[in-house]
Structures are given as C-alpha cells and as structure tokens.
Design a protein around this ligand. Structure first.
Ligand SMILES: [Zn+2]
Length: 423
C-alpha cells in the first residue's frame, strides 16, 4: 500500500507504531480494543500517553474539562497556541486507530520538532480530548466541549451507576467547579488527524483526505398511528396498518437520500431506530415510532430533506389510511466547515511531503467540530482498510499514519509563520 516513498518523512514512523501498539495492549482482554472513557483502562492508557509526552519534553497537565495536554512553550509568549490532537477513548469493542492515530501523530509532531531542534514562535499543545465517543454518561465530545465553554450545564448531573458526569470528570483530573467558564481565547489554530472510517481514500489510492466540512447531524422522529385489529379476522382492505405505512416511509427516505447524495456535498439518511406497537404476531400494528439520522455537508440539502419529509409523511398517511403527526426534529446541528486558510495550508503540506490528497467531507462527528466554533480548525483523514471502523477489524497502515503525521508537522510549521497573532 506504499504509494509514496516514506523514508524521507520528517517524522519517525517506528515511534508512531510503537505507541499505537502499546496502547492497543491496554484493553479489556476479551474485548479488543476497549478502553472506554472514565474506566481504569482509560486512565492507564492516559498514563502511558502522559509519560510519552514528558519523554518528548512536553509539560503536561489535565485541564478543567479533563483533557490531557502536553505543552511546548514558543519563542514569542502571547502569540497564541497551536493545538493538535484527537482522543484515546474507544467505543466498546472498538478499533486500535480511531482517535489514537490522531493523538499519537500529534505527539509525534512535537517529538519531530524536538529532534530537529525546531523552535516555534507559538506555544504548541498536544491534546488527548476526554470522551469523544458516546460515553457511559450517554454523551460525547465532553473534553472538546468542556475546553471551550460549550458543555451544557445539565450534562454534569447525568449519571452512570453511582456517579455523575461532574464526578467522572473530577476522577480523571478535571475540575467541574470551573468547567462551565472555560474559554480558550489563546487558540490560534487547531488540527486533528483521524482515520477516515470510510472507504474512499483506500479506493482512490490517496494518502490524505482534507476535510472540507464535518457534516451536520439532524435527527427526526416520526410517529405513525394506525389501528390495532385482529390479524386473523380483519379483511386486508379494512386495515390501518402502521407498520406497512412506516415501511413505505423507510423506502421513500432511502430513495430521497440516494437522490440528494448524487448532488454535490455529502448527504446520507438512515432509519436506524424503529419501535413497533404492540409488536405481537396476531395484532395489526397500531403504532410505529421511527428515528431518521440525517447527515449533510451542505445545510441547504438538509433543509430540502426536512421539507421533503414533511410532505412525504402526509402522502403516506393518505395512501395508507394512518395518522402521522408532523415530524419532530429531535436534534439539529449545522455542518462545520474546515477553516479555508487551514485547508490550503494542509494541501501545501501534503505537496511538500509528497502525499496524494483530495478534499472530502466527514460524515462522522469529531472534536474538531467543537474547537472550530472558537478557533480556526481543520482536520485530515488517513486511509483505513475496507472503510471499517468502530469494530475490532478496524485497521490503518502505519505508513499511512506516518504520512499523515508528516502532513501535520509541515502544516504546524507553516501555521507558526502565518497564523494571526492572538492577543
Ligand atoms: Zn474518533
């Protein structure tokens, strides 16, 4: 899979492999690779990363949001901070690379700068964000939201077992008492490397994806109400079968999303949650609640889709003799575009290290989306095998991760020269 000569990269590929392998060993033994946020294994993984940060000459701390940060002071105090990183927590039975590749690549940038005696004007911070994945508290991106004052206060009292999120954050070394006031006005720029979690880069033999936008996520709940009747005695023509109507809707949604996906900009919609009542073999279904997960790179695509759903449910209701209430938007987040200047910086960095690249959207959410609300931010993808992720089969070639780390290294050096001063 070697598409470009990796021998002359400004980063050390072996050191990246060593760290990723070491973290892979810190897992629930029967569930590779599981290192969920707030667990003892997560803290063990963090201790490893912190030791490696210290060995790289970084000054480490845990911020109020529970993020592990390694800092390297710049030559010009007050110029602002360049932040680079990702997350080291996993989903249950997750992968070796999701998040981890980005945290270790960021660390490798700091090490490569040290090896080459390169001093930056800006302060550089390497971050391992707390709980990017949906955690035991049922919420995600806790660290990146917490760092930037975007964590909803109500979340702190969410419970899991006998503790709440505030206690969980304190246990990893954060400070919930000052968490809600956190701001990072010093952030001059942020970069994240992540595995693609999709098949495009591998299929197109590209080394790096420059992420144009992180898709917005909109969840729409639809309740279809029919009438419960005897499944044996009610004639076929005299039923109000909620499930048959809902099934038609699922097909219509798939078709509408397929059409939208053909237009420019990533678009996907999925019905992944589906509840049937009474869910009994001998009763005509009386009620179905389904949840649509929609992802759009371009907001106007999502708006057309939402308008289409409103009309589609009325047509289905009429055709199948059921009642469908107006669809409810359970959540609705806008797409987050990558910073235009940083996208160009990343492209130049790819060209400098010889990485084949293309622009692409992210269908998945990432910490970058939260940092982007307060500072210029952008991310890159590296290929992963068969597009598999959130699975024990997730795999990324170390050469590809090293190539991505080299792109980060070059981009950070350019950012240090070009980013605007943060007072
Ligand atoms: Zn991730």
């Amino acid at each position: 899979m070697s598409k470009t000569d990796r021998r002359n990269l400004p980063v050390n590929a072996d050191r990246i492999a060593e760290d990723i392998d070491a973290l892979a060993k810190i897992t629930e033994p029967d569930h590779p690779w599981t290192r969920r946020a707030f667990s003892p294994l997560f803290l063990e993984g963090r201790a490893y990363i912190e030791a490696r940060m210290k060995a790289a000459g970084l000054e480490t701390r845990i911020d109020a949001g529970g993020n592990l940060i390694g800092r390297r002071a710049g030559l010009k105090p007050g110029l602002g901070t360049i932040l680079v990183g990702s997350h080291s927590d996993t989903v249950p039975d997750g992968g070796r690379f999701d998040g981890i590749a980005g945290t270790i690549s960021a660390l490798e940038v700091a090490r490569a700068l040290k090896d080459q005696n390169i001093e930056l004007d800006h302060d550089l911070e390497i971050v391992d964000f707390l709980a990017e994945e949906v955690s035991i508290f049922g919420v995600s991106c806790i660290g990146s939201r917490g760092m930037t004052g975007q964590l909803p206060e109500a979340w702190l009292s969410r419970t899991s077992g006998d503790r709440n999120l505030a206690q969980g954050i304190a246990e990893v070394g954060g400070d919930p008492s000052i968490l809600l006031q956190q701001k990072r006005p010093d952030l001059a720029g942020f970069l994240e490397l992540h595995i693609e979690q999709g098949p495009i880069l591998e299929a197109e033999h590209k080394d790096v994806g420059i992420v144009t936008a992180i898709a917005g996520i909109t969840r729409i709940e639809i309740t279809v109400e029919g009438r419960a009747d005897h499944a044996g005695t009610t004639p076929m023509g005299r039923r109000a079968d909620a499930l048959v109507a809902a099934a038609q809707l699922v097909l219509d949604i798939r078709n509408a999303a397929t059409e939208l996906a053909k237009t420019p900009g990533h678009f996907a919609a999925t019905v992944g949650e589906f509840r049937i009542e009474p869910n009994a073999a001998n009763v005509v279904p009386s009620k179905v609640v389904l949840l649509i997960d929609g992802r759009a790179e371009i907001r106007s695509d999502m708006e057309s889709f939402i308008a289409w759903v409103d009309e589609a449910v009325q047509k289905v209701a009429t055709a199948y003799g059921v009642t469908i209430k107006p669809p409810v938007r359970v959540s609705d987040n806008f797409p987050t575009p990558g910073n235009a200047g940083l996208l160009e910086t990343l492209e130049r960095a790819c060209d400098r290290v010889g990485a084949q690249h293309r622009r692409m959207a992210s269908g998945a959410g990432h910490d970058t989306a939260w940092i982007a609300k307060v500072a210029p931010a952008a991310m890159i993808f590296v290929p992963c095998k068969d597009g598999r992720s959130h699975s024990a089969d997730e795999w990324a070639e170390n050469d590809d991760i090293a190539m991505g780390a080299a792109v980060l290294f070059e981009a950070v050096r350019e950012m240090d020269k070009t980013l605007q001063t943060k007072a």
